[in-house]
Design a binder for this molecule. Structure first.
Ligand SMILES: OC[C@H]1O[C@H](O[C@H]2O[C@H](CO)[C@@H](O)[C@H](O)[C@H]2O)[C@H](O)[C@@H](O)[C@@H]1O
Length: 607
């Protein structure tokens, strides 16, 4: 069985990532890319689905963990009586092929250690052939070829495991290297040099460019490093999380594959990176984006594969029982076929922010934006699946319309602020039309709140982003009423649900009821408090959210209030983005998703 989510730490090489538990077991690793089949899938099943444990032998060891300062090198320290040993885990940022380095360092006493290597390709389903070769073990099946290098002879057992026992004393260091090779690479040379120090230095150099110097620096830098680790270096694509099917409710069916690039999530990531001083990532993401959406605007998808692939068919892996028996385990994501109008606004906004940040213009950007605007003009009145990717009927989601407003607003500003060419008067009229439409149909004057969708009687946490995009100031009475409605309807145990799942809202998402509180939405509520001037309240909520991070500073997508556990895919970009934004807002630099609040006046002036 897997460990609780809180027990996992992330390592990665900006091509793929793995999760290591407190007890030293690597229970999730997809090779060679984020979206490849996992060779360790115990996270979603049991020992037989693949893992690699490296820890002191026997019971009774206490464990502490940390990342080496400002890096993605994980240090796990095991102590018992007078004995102490540490394991350093990392993936060197890649030159050609993936490599996991695990270094054992003796500190005190003579510590008996055990490495148990159980690779299972294709998400735990395929037992490889093993071929020992002195201190190297080959594990091969189909397209996959792992090599495990060690200082000890590695002998496989009949049940497809390689178990090694050894001892370390003070000052001893023992390293294991796991490499993945495709057939054409053949057998790679043994890795050499001080890989752990080089990897630590790489991350520290990267983190040193962070502009944020406020009081939450440690949490912000950890979040930035996590976002960088979720970036696919060859294309600049940014994944939503490195896992699939970690459930939104323990034992539930809301289990999705997040190892893909959502325009929405990636755009928010881009803005957080840009605000924190990381322009080259922003440029790389823009290249990815422009390539991915190239073609006819009606063919634009809301999510793509990490290399821009469009087809992401959703499959269920029936041999995996799922994290804590949460079936099904899915790969691929059918949300790729949905229409969600908010992504047009997010995309237009991100390219606008990139211009504001002085990122040199991309050749095709404005041409693509104009085509997308033509498309949106003809379609914004249609219903969509909304930011939460509802699998129920399409609706007129108020947040989606507000993001269509944001798209029109940024188109106008591109002409007015940057001198780009376009039908600015037409776009101004469009912006005003959408604004009026929302205020007429997506606002309930009786309750003084915007509503989830046109004509609905409930609210939606996505509406908390309206001040951040500049639609209305947070102090506007309608926004104050909306915040109050969110508090009344969606707050549970102090954390915010995305939307109500009650008998009043049947079939809104087409799924059985029940999921955790959504952490990004709770950060958005803190943003609204700060924007309304109630900094103390915003800070208190923010610090409560910080308290949900695990011991190495990571957050999942959701939080199960009753079980007091993190749930959903892990670590999740959206949660870490929201953390960075709120921290930045609390330090007075800005609040909300991006410095976009100048847009509100433009919308209203056209009424
Ligand atoms: O809850 C239903 C949907 O859940 C996933 O979508 C959520 O995650 C996305 C990635 O972080 C995010 O962009 C979206 O706003 C969230 O609702 C899942 O990917 C969908 O397939 C599913 O319908």
């Amino acid at each position: 069985m897997s460990a609780p989510l809180e027990d996992y730490a992330l390592i990665g090489d900006t091509y793929t990532a793995g999760l290591v538990s407190r007890s030293g077991s690597m229970d999730w690793l997809c090779l060679p890319r984020f979206d490849s089949g996992a060779c360790f899938a115990r996270l979603l099943g049991g020992e037989r689905h693949g893992h690699w444990s490296l820890a002191p032998y026997g019971d009774g060891w206490s464990v502490t963990r940390r990342y080496l300062t400002d890096s993605l090198v994980l240090e796990t320290t095991f102590r018992q009586a007078g004995d102490e040993v540490r394991v350093l885990d990392c993936m060197p940022v890649r030159n050609d092929r993936p490599d996991v380095t695990r270094r054992v360092e003796g500190v005190r006493g003579r510590v008996p250690m055990r490495s148990c290597f159980v690779p299972r390709f294709d998400y735990g389903s395929i037992v490889p052939w093993f071929r020992p070769d002195n201190r190297r073990l080959h594990a091969v099946a189909g397209p996959d070829h792992l090599t495990l290098d060690s200082e000890f002879p590695l002998e496989p057992t009949d049940d497809g495991r390689a178990v090694t026992h050894f001892q370390v004393g003070p000052g001893d260091a023992v390293e294991f290297h796991l490499g993945w090779n495709s057939r054409e690479y053949g057998s790679p040379p043994r890795p050499g040099g001080d890989i752990v120090s080089a990897t630590r230095r790489w991350w520290q150099e990267w983190a040193s460019h962070c502009r944020y110097q406020g009081r939450y620096r440690e949490a912000v830098v950890r979040s930035l490093i996590t976002l960088k680790a979720l970036t696919y270096a060859p294309t600049g694509g940014i994944i939503a999380a490195p896992t699939t099917s970690l459930p939104e409710q323990l034992g539930g069916v809301r289990n999705w594959d997040y190892r893909h690039c959502w325009i929405r999530d990636a755009t928010f990531t881009l803005l957080a990176l840009l605000d924190s001083g990381y322009e080259s990532e922003a440029r790389a993401w823009r290249e990815w984006l422009l390539r991915a959406v190239a073609g006819e605007p009606e063919q634009m998808q809301i999510l793509y594969g990490i290399d821009g692939t469009r087809r992401l068919p959703e499959l269920e892996l029936d041999w995996l029982p799922g994290y804590e028996n949460s079936r099904p385990v899915r790969i691929g994501n059918d949300a790729a076929r949905q229409h969600q109008w908010d992504v047009y606004g997010e995309l237009m906004d991100a390219l606008h922010q990139a211009r504001h940040a002085g990122i040199p213009p991309a050749e095709d950007a404005w041409r693509v934006q104009r085509k997308l605007m033509d498309f949106l003009e003809g379609h914004w009145r249609e219903p969509d699946s909304g930011i939460w990717e509802m699998r129920g009927p399409r609706r007129h989601f108020t947040h989606s319309k507000a993001m269509a407003w944001a798209a029109a607003d940024r188109a106008v500003k591109a002409v007015e602020d940057f001198g780009l060419h376009g039908p600015v008067d037409r776009w101004k009229r469009l912006r005003a039309q959408i604004f009026d439409d929302i205020c007429d149909k997506g606002y309930d004057p009786g309750r003084n709140t915007f509503t989830q969708h046109y004509g609905s009687t409930t609210v939606d946490a996505a509406l908390l982003t309206l001040p951040g995009i500049g639609f209305l100031p947070a102090q506007d009475e309608r926004m104050r009423g909306t915040v109050r409605a969110v508090e009344e309807e969606l707050l549970s145990g102090g954390f915010v649900q995305r939307y109500a799942m009650t008998d009043r809202t049947p079939h809104v998402d087409g799924l059985p009821q029940g999921e955790g509180a959504f952490l990004p939405c709770t950060f958005w509520l803190a943003d609204c408090y700060i924007q309304q001037g109630d900094t103390a309240r915003g800070r208190a909520l923010f610090e409560r959210l910080l308290g949900l991070r695990n011991d190495v500073g990571l957050l999942s997508e959701e939080y199960d209030i009753r079980a007091e556990r993190l749930v959903g895919n892990f670590p999740q970009a959206l949660s870490h983005i929201a953390l960075i934004n709120t921290a930045t807002g609390l330090d007075g630099h800005r609040s909300g998703q991006g410095s976009r609040q100048d847009g509100a006046s433009a919308g209203r002036s056209m009424r």
